[in-house]
Design a protein around this ligand. Structure first.
Ligand SMILES: [Zn+2]
Length: 211
């Protein structure tokens, strides 16, 4: 049985602008001049920064973006997405108050804090992209041979890298950083405290985008 303590959560910690040189800066594709609905036009819209009409459109766009920024195989179906109140998200993931904004539940779908507006807010769009990377990873069985904690850890690092590439590519000044503990420390701590919440090091991060 899959242990729910191995959740893949998104502790957003935005580094000071430019502190992490994760993104390639490339303004190309930001303002698409294409009007025809050909394949090449739609792939150029992978990094379109204009407001989207709905979440489906954002998901299609981000699918193309991940396809261009990372090596993952694109899953056939889009992820299920649930927009839930913040308190519900806290309850799923932290069991107490925390700065959780989004969560990918393996085998189920993406839970987004309902205050996130990926249709119009580009940083929020990058949070959805991060969770979609987890969906791609899950579908591909990425790092499948590793233990639960190591798999989670490497998937997080990769998701942050892809998110920063995306932010850089669309010319957004924010960068995200993984600030969680490594697996040795997490497991040692869990043992000391006598409980199995291996990844509760995700609590208490602040998303400066909210300030
Ligand atoms: Zn993550």
């Amino acid at each position: 049985m899959r242990s729910l303590s191995f959740v893949v959560a998104l502790p957003i910690a935005v580094a000071a602008s430019g502190a992490l040189a994760g993104g390639e800066i490339n303004g190309g594709g930001m303002y698409s001049t294409y009007t025809a609905k050909s394949d090449s036009a739609s792939s150029d819209r992978a990094f379109d920064t204009s407001p989207a009409d709905n979440l489906d459109e954002v998901v299609k766009q981000l699918t193309r973006a991940i396809d261009r920024l990372a090596r993952y195989h694109v899953p056939r179906d889009p992820p299920r997405i649930y927009r839930v109140p913040h308190a519900e998200l806290e309850n799923y993931v932290c069991k107490t108050h925390c700065a959780i904004r989004a969560w990918y539940k393996p085998g189920d779908g993406i839970f987004l804090d309902e205050s996130l507006k990926p249709e119009t807010n580009l940083f929020h769009r990058s949070i959805l992209l991060h969770e979609m990377v987890h969906y791609f990873q899950d579908a591909a069985g990425e790092y499948g041979k590793m233990g639960d904690c190591d798999r989670w850890f490497h998937r997080e690092l990769d998701a942050y890298t892809v998110q920063n590439r995306y932010l850089g590519t669309i010319g957004h000044p924010s960068r995200v950083a993984f600030t969680g503990d490594n697996c040795n420390n997490i497991e040692a701590k869990a043992k000391d405290e006598g409980h199995a919440q291996a990844f509760d090091g995700i609590k208490g991060r602040v998303d400066p985008d909210q300030h």
